[in-house]
Design a protein around this ligand. Structure first.
Ligand code: SAM
Length: 268
């Protein structure tokens, strides 16, 4: 029987692991939660820890990592705020990266996905679901402390200002991180995707040292992940070796083969 390649921890995020396959590198997160699977993802054990496949076709954060994301990632023990958590597909992985001593404050405004998020939180002890509108952060200010990072994926035209309003209330000053999933098709017609990106970057550039944005095609058409940190704090920017090739001019090479993961509908 052929042995599987080992899981390899990633220095950029200690609870993120990769596993080499002939056609691509798989991403896995060390789980905080318990079975059953959140969205049908694979679970495996390496004998010490339980890991969950982090699928780029189901999560923009995983797609961004595959595409060479070098910006902020949640780290163990940190507190993050998540805007637009839906039923928790990506939020569960963010909570995994934060680990049992970290905390994820997950805001969702629609009742139906929120009820699934509530059930998820029964199995993810570090995830606090908040039913609320990210336009009105003052309404959940009693439940959210100062955080180390904010991840925003609300797929709305005003997602930049919405992120800034939440950062002004909750994000720590030095080195506080923001990560924004930008769905340019929700941001108005007659403007190209790259122009929407430039506008979003210009809106954030006053307050944050931005990292290079990555485009999420083919997993999510005309989406980007962008983000950065407030000046002054530690940047913890150690590279993710498994994806280093993607950042030095061979972007997508390991993932563009015939057997690369197929693009999916934007379900999350
Ligand atoms: N981030 C999720 C994931 O990767 O698993 C998918 C998020 S989905 C693209 C966008 C979500 O944002 C929807 O569930 C929607 O209800 C929520 N949303 C939109 N506007 C919002 C707002 N103002 N406040 C809170 N949630 C909002």
């Amino acid at each position: 029987m052929r042995r599987r390649a080992p899981f390899v921890p990633q220095p950029s995020a200690p609870r993120l692991w990769t596993r080499r396959r002939p056609d691509r590198d798989e991403l896995w997160t060390e789980t905080v939660g318990e079975l059953p699977a959140v969205y049908g993802e694979r679970w495996e054990s390496d004998g010490v820890r339980a890991l969950r496949a982090f699928e780029p076709a189901r999560s923009k954060l995983a797609a961004a990592l595959v595409r060479g994301w070098d910006g902020p990632l949640p780290r163990p023990g940190e507190r993050w705020l998540y805007l637009g958590a839906a039923s928790g597909t990506t939020a569960s992985h963010v909570a995994d990266l934060l680990g049992p001593n970290g905390r994820l404050y997950a805001v969702e405004r629609s009742a139906r996905p929120f009820s699934r998020l509530l059930r998820l939180a029964e199995r993810w002890s570090n995830l606090l679901p908040i039913l609320g509108d990210a336009h009105a952060p003052e309404r959940y200010a009693d439940r959210v402390p100062l955080v180390d990072g904010i991840y925003a994926d609300v797929a709305q035209p005003d997602q930049g200002p919405l992120l800034l309003a939440n950062a002004a209330m909750f994000l720590r000053d030095e080195g506080g991180a923001v990560v924004l999933a930008l769905k340019t098709s929700s941001m108005g017609r007659g403007v190209s995707a790259s122009e929407h990106l430039r506008n979003a970057e210009a809106a954030l550039a006053n307050d944050f040292d931005l990292d290079t944005a990555v485009r999420l095609d083919p997993f999510y058409r005309s989406h980007y992940l962008l983000g950065g940190r407030r000046p002054g704090g530690p940047r913890s920017r150690s590279p993710t070796p498994a994806f280093a090739g993607e950042r030095d001019g061979r972007r997508g090479s390991r993932f563009s083969s015939r057997r690369a993961p197929r693009p999916a509908r934007s379900r999350s």
